[in-house]
Design a protein around this ligand. Structure first.
Ligand code: PAF
Length: 309
């Protein structure tokens, strides 16, 4: 076992690592420029260390931290990026009001002993200005659900993720299953470009009452927060009813239920094949079927999903 692996094992056990012998060793590295991140990652690669990558837009919560923790168990070095990517926001108000909590984010990442954080500014990621030159084709994957309601969103995600992958050069990248369609798009990107990166899907992390954790949750007022819990609660009920209901009946159940909740406005609910994301009309049409929902709670747009089969 190499020294770096031993140190990594120790780093994963925070209490042990808090021993004075080790506290002087750990220091999270924060890189702001492409040159800095490339040289840090190259240094790790030269030591044969595997690199796990967690791309984020900040406003970190337990969901993000669970991705970091997973990366730490699977890779020698974990890199987290924090960058609010302007080109994936189709709604300018959403971009302006996206929560920015850098100081707290860095503290949370330090608490779980993250190795490297990459915090570029817009010029660093888009040195040629915010003109989208790359156009990816994800076919039917991007024409439904989020793709249909947020035109250009997935191209914006793919552009920034590809640029981040080029800089961080990870062995594995960790994405949450809450953004189910994003995960499908990123997996397709990696496949199309033949990138040597394993995409690791990670479970949705929920609040105690079931609401899926999201950076946007902090924008909910207390009344909106009470209503928002009905999104996941309705999906859980639908999961129980799935066997007894037809697809159409289940869709109507969810849509009608959400629309009776004050402050909630459903944008879409669809029941789809988990691989190609196309709507199904009967339960025997696919081996794995998932229900995906987007709901506006006032100005805050939330998404969630649940596996039926
Ligand atoms: O899921 C997110 O936070 C973003 O879409 C990502 C993957 C960091 C790209 O900006």
């Amino acid at each position: 076992m190499s020294i770096s692996t031993v140190i990594n094992c120790l780093k994963q056990n925070k209490d042990y690592f808090c021993h004075p012998i080790f506290t002087s060793y750990y220091k999270m590295i924060v890189c702001k420029t492409r040159l800095e991140i490339e040289s840090e990652v190259n240094r790790c690669r030269a030591l044969n260390q595997t690199v796990g990558f967690v791309p984020t837009m900040g406003a970190l919560h337990e969901g993000h931290i669970s991705l970091v923790e997973k990366s730490k168990t699977e890779c020698d070095i974990t890199v987290v990026s924090i960058f609010v990517n302007p080109i994936q926001f189709n709604n300018p108000n959403d971009l302006t009001s996206y929560p920015r909590t850098l100081e707290n984010d860095l503290k949370l990442l330090e608490d779980v002993l993250t190795d490297i954080v990459f915090v570029p500014d817009v010029n660093e990621m888009y040195p040629e200005g915010i003109v989208v030159k790359e156009h990816y084709d994800f076919g039917l994957l991007e024409s439904v659900m989020e793709g249909e309601h947020r035109p250009g969103h997935f191209n914006g995600v793919a552009v920034v993720v590809k640029r981040l992958f080029d800089l961080v050069n990870p062995n594995k990248a960790f994405f949450g299953l809450k953004d189910f369609q994003q995960l499908a798009v990123i997996s397709s990107l990696v496949k199309q470009l033949n990138l040597p990166i394993e995409i690791v899907p990670c479970d949705i992390v929920r609040e105690e009452d079931g609401l899926a954790m999201s950076s946007r949750n902090v924008r909910l007022t207390s009344e909106q927060r009470i209503s928002a819990v009905e999104i996941s609660q309705t999906l859980f009920k639908a999961q129980v009813l799935a066997k007894a209901y037809s697809i159409e009946e289940l869709k109507s159940f969810v849509i009608e239920k959400i629309n009776t909740v004050p402050l909630l406005q459903i944008e879409y609910f669809d029941i789809v094949d988990s691989i190609n994301l196309q709507s199904v009309s009967s339960w025997d049409e696919s081996k794995e079927i998932i229900g995906c929902i987007a709901v506006n709670v006032g100005e805050v747009r939330l998404i969630d999903n649940i596996l039926f089969l």
